[in-house]
Design a protein around this ligand. Structure first.
Ligand SMILES: [Zn+2]
Length: 296
């Protein structure tokens, strides 16, 4: 009609709609700084298409890629006493927990336990969630791992753990440290039943988790360029007062030094796990049989 409706209004609308457009359609790769289209990046399992950088992926997004036809069953974590020490730092611990639960699609704590067919055979998978309070291990995570181990034994299934953690949960004090022994015993149950226990170390696996179940696998696989260690590099450097070697505490460095067995791209994880479990569990056939007898 006039200058206001024909010119000013569309301009204003354009300004407003631009703001309304979702800001998270694109993200920048923290390593190569290339822009990635969100949908492509998700389809690529959160691996940068330009430089292959593996970003931290949450368990519920990882799970459908592991099981046959994406079919799996989630197992609720056993109930534990919430906030046993009534701990408070800047915030109350129970408030922190609720906040983390609200951002985690209903997970109760930093561990997700699932089971389902993988390569035609049932597998139990437990995944730590770094997005939930830094994947820290408290009573709930410990109980969850014990449950996962019992489930694996009951179903005569391999136990596969994906680790991603900053360590023990400080808000639970000594109770969180007790989970180091509890999870170690849980792993031992799986091994005593003659079942494979495989660990996939993802970025970052540090502290109490790397000092317990995450380093006790029959086989250790690591995702590329993941930080894996106990104490942080800066703490070590300040203590020993020596320059640390390049790539220290990274997957490839640990592979070179015999701490992990393989560094595997996220896209190849499922087939690698299926192959490994088959090697460890299937009866030895034809030419291999002689070897198996000789070893026994
Ligand atoms: Zn990149």
């Amino acid at each position: 009609m006039n200058w206001l409706t024909n010119f000013v209004r569309p301009k204003l609308r354009a300004l407003v709609t631009r703001k309304e457009a979702p800001e998270n359609l694109w993200l920048k790769c923290p390593k190569c700084e290339q822009m990635l289209f969100m949908r492509d990046w998700e389809a690529n399992q959160e691996v940068c298409a330009h430089c292959g950088h593996h970003m931290r992926i949450r368990p519920l997004k990882r799970l459908p890629r592991l099981f046959d036809e994406g079919k799996f069953e989630l197992h609720a974590l056993p109930k534990v006493t919430v906030d046993p020490l009534k701990f408070r730092d800047l915030k109350r611990y129970d408030a922190r927990l609720k906040e983390a639960q609200g951002k985690s699609d209903g997970s109760a704590d930093a561990l997700i336990v699932a089971s389902g067919p993988m390569g035609g055979r049932v597998a139990v998978v437990a995944l730590l969630d770094f997005g939930f309070m830094g994947g820290s291990m408290g009573t709930a995570v410990g109980e969850g791992l014990v449950m996962a181990a019992d489930l694996a034994v009951a179903r005569k299934a391999p136990l596969i753990v994906f680790s991603a953690s900053g360590g023990a949960r400080m808000q639970e004090g000594i109770l969180s440290l007790m989970q180091l022994t509890r999870t170690t015993i849980a792993v031992r149950k799986v091994k005593a039943a003659g079942l494979p226990y495989i660990v996939v170390l993802t970025d970052p696996t540090t502290g109490g988790v790397s000092a317990s179940f995450a380093m006790l696998g029959d086989v250790h696989i690591a995702e590329p360029d993941a930080i894996i260690g106990f104490a942080g590099a800066r703490v070590i450097q300040d203590t020993i007062r020596q320059e640390l070697p390049a790539g220290f505490q990274r997957s490839e460095y640990l592979l070179e030094h015999g701490m992990v067995d393989a560094v595997v791209h996220r896209h190849k994880l499922r087939e690698t796990l299926i192959r490994l479990v088959s090697l460890l569990m299937d009866p030895v056939l034809s030419e291999g049989r002689g070897l198996a007898v000789a070893v026994r």
